[in-house]
Design a protein around this ligand. Structure first.
Ligand code: UD1
Ligand code: UDP
Length: 381
């Protein structure tokens, strides 16, 4: 009789988690590995959650914990309590967590205390800025995970420096790029642009980092800079709910050359980005997507945990004061052609690679050290 393959649980909570998980879920489904999603409910608005399940073809979660919003302590406490219960109920053989959000941190802590093995997708990214809540989440998550999937080569040295056993680490490329590549045939910039009343030449902005939107002075400086960009090119800002009021108070409101709109679903958003002359953002994932699409990206941050988007992509870090001039130059230089040297393994098959390692691990196969240093080669079939 065949032995029962243990259940894999994916813990997802926030918008970027859904995008990273979809290719892994698909990859495991192809290998017939039993799996289920636990949605923590960290993001709950339809445009921050449901639309991603629909656009990415993610299966219905087994449970939604509905933890909602709160201070870091309150949200994390609710996540810990809810996750402990649901993990005990489902008794998984492995829990997979993604990225660097509070749901990721809580899941890894709960599993570590329950003795349940874990895998972290997007391990080893570091901004070296502990003022970012995500950096704290990354460091703790990587120190506790049993399997670590790195999206970018520099992650390997970060993890080694922190004492993570290299035998646990697999460089597999970026599943967010799998989702993007899978979405390409469905992207229709013209349709979304028409719906939003935008001209052919436009820029897209996204803002949600606490350092940018939680402080009134920072928000004002930022909004002034974005307003200056809008004098060069019409700007559309699908705005994350965080800091919406503060940004509005600072003057980020719809005007003649600036449209502030609700967040967009995944396909609509990527459609808009693909057709944009310029993207201005503080998002992590958008830095990667613009690199892949060859759209110039100006990132309003002092640092990035994704430096590969600068060395191998279209990204540039700017201060608000530098933004208008940087935008002028990016618009004058025109679209960046995606170079031949995109980051290694950003090839659209990271999900299957991760799934193959997970399946091998679940079977108890001895993953040889050689397999860990670069990746388990992916072949169709
Ligand atoms: C979280 C992640 C961040 C990630 C971002 C992706 C943490 C610490 N931060 O930040 O790394 O880049 O998600 O989008 O986990 N809100 C709503 N509706 C929602 C969700 C949030 O209105 O569906 C509002 C609430 O006012 C809430 C605020 O947004 O207080 C912040 O939400 P939260 O999930 O705590 O953090 P994000 O800023 O979304
Ligand atoms: N995104 C989206 N609609 C939007 C803004 C972003 O679908 O209005 C997608 C974007 O394409 C990327 C992901 O959301 O795949 C990034 O999420 P976010 O910027 O919220 O988080 P971060 O990557 O900074 O953690």
């Amino acid at each position: 009789m065949r032995e029962r393959v243990p259940l894999v649980l994916h813990v997802l909570g926030a918008r970027p988690n859904f995008v990273k998980a979809a290719p892994v879920v698909r990859g495991l489904a192809e290998l017939d590995v039993p799996q289920g999603i636990i949605h923590t409910g960290q993001h709950y608005d339809a445009l921050m959650s449901d639309v991603f399940f629909a656009d990415l073809g993610l299966p219905e979660p087994l449970a939604n914990l509905g933890v909602g919003s709160g201070s870091h302590a309150k949200q994390t406490a609710a996540l810990l309590t809810g996750l402990e219960e649901v993990v005990l109920e489902h008794d998984p053989g492995l829990v997979v967590v993604y990225g660097d959000v509070n749901s990721t941190l809580a899941a890894i802590l709960v599993c570590a205390k329950l003795g349940i093995p874990t895998a972290h997708v997007e391990a080893g990214l570091r901004s070296f800025d502990r003022a970012m809540p995500e950096e704290v989440n990354r460091v703790v998550t990587d120190s506790l995970a049993d399997l670590l999937f790195a999206t970018s080569p520099e992650a390997l040295s970060h993890l080694a420096r922190e004492g993570v056993d290299p035998a646990k680490v697999h460089l597999v490329g970026n599943p967010m790029i799998d989702s993007l590549k899978a979405a390409l045939p469905r992207l229709d910039a013209k349709a979304v642009r028409h719906r939003l009343g935008l001209p052919e030449h436009y820029a897209v902005g996204t803002l949600h980092r606490p350092a940018n939107v939680d402080d009134a002075d920072a928000a004002r400086e930022l909004v002034t800079a974005v307003a200056e960009v809008s004098r060069q090119v019409p700007v559309v800002v699908p705005l994350h709910p965080r800091g919406r009021e503060r940004l509005a108070a600072a003057g980020l409101v719809t005007g003649e050359r600036l449209s502030v709109i609700d967040p967009l679903g995944y396909i609509d958003f990527l459609s808009l980005v693909r057709g944009a002359a310029l993207v201005v953002t503080d998002s992590g994932g958008v830095q990667e997507e613009t690199t892949m699409l060859g759209v110039p990206c100006l990132t309003l941050r002092a640092n990035t945990e994704r430096p590969i988007t600068i060395t191998h992509g279209t990204n540039r870090l700017v201060t608000p004061a530098q933004l208008p001039a940087a935008a002028e130059k990016a618009l004058a230089d025109g679209a960046a052609t995606p170079s031949g040297d995109l980051p290694p393994l950003w090839d659209g098959v990271s999900g299957p690679r991760i799934a193959r390692v997970l399946a091998a691990w679940l079977r108890g196969d001895n993953l040889s050290p050689a397999a860990h240093t670069l990746s388990v080669p992916y072949q169709n079939g």
